[in-house]
Design a protein around this ligand. Sequence first.
Ligand code: HXC
Length: 514
Amino acid sequence: MKEKIKQLEKLREQARLGGGEDKIKAQHDKGKLTARERIELLVDEGSFEELDMFVKHRAKDFGMDKKQILGDGVVTGFAKIDGRPVALFSQDFTVFGGSLSETHAEKIVKILKMAMKTGIPVIGLNDSGGARIQEGVVSLGGYADIFLLNTLASGVIPQISVVLGPCAGGAVYSPAITDFVFMAKNTSYMFVTGPNVVKTVTHEDVSFEDLGGAETHASKSGVAHFIYENEVETLVNVRKLMSYLPLNYRDKAPEKEFDLSSVKPEPKLDEIIPDNPNKPYDMKDVIQLLVDDGEFMEVHEHYAENIIVGFARMGGMSIGIIANQPAVLAGVLDINSSVKAARFVRFCDAFGIPLLVLEDVPGFLPGTDQEWNGIIRHGAKLLFAFSEATVPKVTVITRKAYGGAYDVMNSKHIRGDFNYAWPSAEIAVMGPKGAVEIIFKKEISKAKDPEKEVEKKLAEYRDKFANPYITAERGFIDDVIAPRNTRLKLINAFNLLRTKVDTNPKKKHGNIPL
Ligand code: HXC
C-alpha cells in the first residue's frame, strides 16, 4: 500500500505541474498566474477538492498520442468562498495553450452538471487558445456541450466567467451565456475573430487590446461586466460578487446582521437635488447615502453610464439597484442603457434579489440613430423585464419621471410594490418645454409677445405637473417622502416584502423582444 500511495502522490505532483516548469515560467513572464494559483487566490484556504486530475486526451493524430499531460489543460473541482460552496474550472494555458479537447470539455460538463444538481454557483476561469486544433470537430462538439449546459443552468445557478487570457472564436459564447463576465486589464481578450482575420476581411488595423481587451469590452461592447487592473484584484472581486448572490434560484442571498435602530435620518440627502431642474447631480451620491455602509458593487460601471446598476445591501439584505444617472446624458434611456438594465433586472429576478429603482429620467433618447437601431424593441426589453419580475420591487422618483420612461421604470402599473417620490418629483407625459409647444401652439403663435406667452404657459404647466401630488392623488405613488427619511422607508419596505409572493401566468416561456 505504501508504494501505491507513493505512486499516487507522484502522479498528483506530475498533474499539478501541468505543462511543466518552462511553461509555468512563460505564463508568469506574461504577467499571468497559473490555473492553480488562481484557484488558490479565489477560494477559501485549503477548501479546493479537485476532480479528474488523471484525465488524458484521446487524440492520436499529429503525434498527439505521444503528448499526454495529466488533467488535459483544465483544473476542475469544488471549493468554498466565505464558507459557501462553489464549483469551478480553471483552464491551464501551460497545457496545449489551455485548448479545449473532447476530454477537457467533458471535465467542464461534469462540473456544470454537478453544480446544477447540487444547486451551487459555477465559476469558470478562462485562459485558452480555443478549440484543440488537432481534434477537429470533436472539440467543436465539446464546446457545444458546454454551451448547452450553460444555457440549461441559466437561472438555476449563478454562472460567473472570469477571462484571464485568450478567449477567441466560438469559445466566447460560453462566457457570453453566463451571468457575469470579469476581465483583467492587459492580459485578457475576447473576440470572435482576431486582428489578422479582421485585417483580411475589413482591412482594419487593430491591436488585440483594442479589438477585444478588457477596457474595450467594459466600455464599448458591454461584454465585460467587471474589469480590474490585474488578476489578483479581479479574483478578489469575484469573491465580493459572490457575497451578494444566493447559491441557486431556490436559495436566499446571504444576509448581514443588522440593527434597525442604527438607521438615522440623512440630512445630506435633502441637499442633493439642485433647485434648477435642468442641472445634473450624481445619482451615485444618492446610492451611497442610502445603502448599508455606503457599499455599492457596480455592474457595467463603464458601459451605458446613463444608467447605473449594481448590488448593495439594505438592512443587511442583498438588493439590486437600477438608477438613472442625471449626470450622464441627463439620465435619458437609450438602447444600451435599456439593454444593460433589462439584463440586470432579469438576473435579480431569476435569483430572488429584490430591486430598488431610483428614477430621474427625462424620457427615451430621440434621433435617427436610436430609432433606426431599434430603440423601440430595445426599450421594450426593459419594460418587459420589469413587468415580468416578481421579486420585491420598490421605486423612488427623485426628480423627473417623464413619458414612457415613467411607466418603464418600475411604475405601480407594472407591479411596483412600493412607489415613493421625493417632493422634487416631476411626473408628466413630457418635459415642460416640449409639452407647452404642442398644447399651446395656437395661443403662442397668436400672442403679441410669443416669448412671454411661452414663459407664462411654462409656469402654468410646471405648477400643474412639476410635483408628485397629482400622481399621489391617484395612488400611483404610495407616499411622498423627505429625502432624509428614505433609507428607513426603504428598509421597512424591503422587510415587509420578505413574504411577498407573486407569480406569472403558466406558460412555456415568455417572448422577450430580443
Ligand atoms: C492546440 C494550441 C491551440 C489550439 C494554442 N495552442 N492554441 N494547441 N489547439 N487552439 C498551443 C500552441 O501550439 C503552443 O504549444 C501552446 O499552445 C502555446 O501557444 P503559443 O502560440 O505559443 O502562445 P501565445 O504566443 O501566447 O499565443 C496564444 C494564442 C495562439 C494567441 C492563443 O496560440 C493562437 O492564436 N492559438 C490559436 C487560436 C485559435 O485560432 N484557436 C481556434 C479559435 S476557433 P507548444 O507545444 O508550442 O507550447 C475556436 C472555435 C471554437 O476555438 C468553436 C466553438 C463553437
